[in-house]
Each structure stands twice: as structure tokens, then as C-alpha cells.
Design a protein around this ligand. Structure first.
Ligand SMILES: Cc1cc2nc3c(=O)[nH]c(=O)nc-3n(C[C@H](O)[C@H](O)[C@H](O)COP(=O)(O)O)c2cc1C
Length: 169
């Protein structure tokens, strides 16, 4: 699959079939993540791979927009060393690489909020940190759910000329 095709094909898929994702596929997703650009090549990312049903069930209850973690056979929690000034930028690049690689592999995926939201009524990042035993110095950017899609969404471009400013804003 061409990169641009994967970019348009990637949609937030929240319904998954039960089919397992292999360790080989997980390794490929993580390899894609770690090939991302990062400021000074700091690579501040850390990943928590969650397959366990009980753990996924806990993550699904963190907030009302995380329910698909219970259904998806795989959740990868994208974290980063907060001592690294640009950890959010770096980890976002790593996360998107995983979404696109998943798309290429025929997997559906969804980015689930963790950092900066209080959908749970508490700091969502802190709630996830406690569930997974993530140290305080490590930030939690997002959770990514992956699975074979059980819903279809059409590829699309959201190209909008109004968002483009040439030479100056
Ligand atoms: C920072 C960020 C946070 C998001 N949080 C959630 C979330 O908590 N739950 C969810 O179902 N989707 C979440 N999404 C997915 C968006 O809703 C989705 O990307 C958007 O509606 C566009 O649809 P598309 O991904 O199919 O192109 C998030 C996406 C981003 C980038």
C-alpha cells in the first residue's frame, strides 16, 4: 500500500473482530513507532503493550470515550519521558506511524485521549498511570486500540483550501 493511500484509508475504527494480533504484527507496529522523527533524536517514547482482557477492561472504563479498549485485542499506550522537552511532539509522530502501519496491515485503530483531558472527572493521564504502574516522570500521551475492523469507513481527504495560507497568514 502506498503511504498516501494508507493516510487517506486510516479512519478511527472502534468496532473489532475477535481475531488475535500476532507478536510479529505488534513488533512491526513498535518498529514503525520507533522510526519516527524526534527532537535531537531523543526518542523519549515508552510503550505499554496491553493484551490482557482484564487490563483492557480497566482501560476501557477510564472515560466514556475509551470503551473500545474492552473489545480491541490490543491496546498500545504511548508514553514519554517528560524531562524531554518535546516529548509530546515526538510521541505523537510515533503514534501516527503506528496508526498508518496498522492500516497497511489491515488493522483498524483508534487514538484514545489520555493527556490533558478530564473525561473521567479526574486527570485521565493520572488514572491510566495508576492502572498501569507508570512512573510519575513518564507522561501518558494516548492509548491506541487495534484490531481487525468490524466496521467500514470510507477513505477520505479533508483537504480544505481555507486552511492554507501562502507566504504569510
Ligand atoms: C488527540 C486525539 C484524541 C482523541 N480522542 C479520542 C477518544 O478519546 N475516543 C475516541 O473514540 N476517539 C478519539 N479520537 C479520534 C477522533 O475522534 C477522530 O480522529 C476524528 O473524529 C476524525 O475521524 P477519523 O480518525 O476517522 O479521521 C482522538 C483523536 C485525537 C487526535
Amino acid at each position: 500500500m502506498e503511504t498516501f493511500e494508507a493516510i487517506l484509508k486510516r479512519r478511527s475504527i472502534r468496532r473489532y473482530k475477535g481475531k488475535e494480533i500476532t507478536e510479529g504484527q505488534i513488533k512491526k507496529l513498535l518498529e514503525a513507532a520507533m522510526a519516527a522523527p524526534s527532537a535531537h533524536n531523543n526518542q523519549p517514547w515508552e510503550f505499554v503493550v496491553v493484551k490482557d482482557k482484564e487490563m483492557r477492561s480497566k482501560l476501557s472504563k477510564v472515560h466514556s470515550y475509551a470503551w473500545m479498549c474492552a473489545e480491541s485485542p490490543l491496546v498500545i499506550v504511548v508514553c514519554g519521558d517528560t524531562d524531554s522537552l518535546q516529548w509530546i511532539d515526538d510521541c505523537s509522530a510515533a503514534a501516527e506511524n503506528m496508526l498508518l502501519t496498522g492500516t497497511e496491515m489491515g488493522l483498524g485503530s483508534c487514538w484514545i485521549a489520555a493527556r490533558g483531558t478530564k473525561y473521567s472527572g479526574k486527570d485521565d493521564e493520572q488514572v491510566i498511570r495508576e492502572i498501569l504502574g507508570i512512573p510519575k516522570t513518564i507522561g501518558v500521551l494516548c492509548m491506541l486500540s487495534f484490531g481487525y475492523p468490524d466496521e467500514e469507513k470510507a477513505p477520505r481527504t479533508q483537504y480544505n483550501e481555507d486552511k492554507i495560507h501562502r507566504e504569510r497568514y
